[in-house]
Design a protein around this ligand. Sequence first.
Ligand SMILES: Cc1ncc(COP(=O)(O)O)c(C=O)c1O
Length: 398
Amino acid sequence: MTRFASTIQFLRSSEIRDLMSLATAPGIISFAGGMPGNDLFPLNEVDEIYNSLSVKEKQVAMQYGPTNGLPNLLESLNEYLKAKGLPVESNRIMITTGSLQAINILAKAFVDPGDYIMVENPSFIGALSAFRSYQANLITVPMNADGIDIPQLKEKIASAPQKPKFFYYSPHFHNPAGIIYSQEIKEQLIEVLKGQDIPLLEDDVYSDLYFYEEDKDKLKLIKAMNPDGIDVCYTGSFSKILGPGLRLGWMLVPEHIYQKCELIKQSIDACSPSFSQVIADKFLRSGFIEKYVGEVRLEYKKRALAMFDCLEKNLPSYVKWNKPRGGFYIWLQLPQGTDSTEILKKAIEKGTVFVTGKTFDPDGKRNDCMRISYCNTDVEAINKGIPIIAQAIKEVCG
Ligand SMILES: Cc1ncc(COP(=O)(O)O)c(C=O)c1O
């Protein structure tokens, strides 16, 4: 028998993955993915950038680079993050292979098998898998419309069998809950964690994709507030604002944490793709990224509003959902006890797919909710697919 490592058992596949394999049939309308629209990638600009590179730059692109990132990209990203008010002077940036790698490295830096960490419920499945792979015990804290439930957070920290190693959260246009943390909850979160020796992992991949200018004030990161008495480890990514195929993300963390993370990254992949780093640097340096993000924001807003309208027209009143103000997702709350996997089966039969609630539940239980995303479907597909989902919901819930 093949003698795999015992940690492998902590990596769970799910019935959802099996269902999803049915969902790749041609013609299926997918509200499942959290990926940018294929039709929105800046392909011409990538061509132009590549063609304008000097031979020396192309050689750099094909070569290994420093573990923490190519100096040019570190410089341009430094400026980009500084403009967002992030404390780049007092922290270190490391370029990573997607922000999922940043999260994974941070988990490796903090978690011994059996350690406790705190996560939101619901939470980003990729991070949960990373935490499980290091055999972390997940303490889950429920979320409300404004962010984490602070009294429960306090209670769970106090009653944890061991002091949690960190708290992982995602402040803006949450995946999957779609919400923005209020300033009040962020401040309360700071108060709870201050002086506790519980670092905060702040995972921020959607903030740039806001739909309403007036929300910009609400998108202040805790990292940018730079609170005393908490190690805030901020992670971000080019995936949602340029293309996940670049596999480029970053972390901005205090120096002492950076030192450990750099050692960990060296042993994982030595460096992130130089090719992508050269391209991403040019996008930042030319200022094209702001223009491009401005354009895709409008398109995502159009799709989000189309989906919202369609939900209003088609869904029974017992289903509740958030009005999207940015990002990629709408989170549907079904009547208590509903099994959204049953809805998914019916939706797939009729040619539409989404992600069930329990996929995002760290305890793998709550399934009376579901995530639909509007990022990779045009308005026509939304208008065709949502009535199918509405029908499937009615068939299951009555
Ligand atoms: C909340 C959140 N964090 C992190 C990621 C990881 O993104 P990447 O590794 O592509 O940067 C995702 C991707 O879906 C996400 O939704």
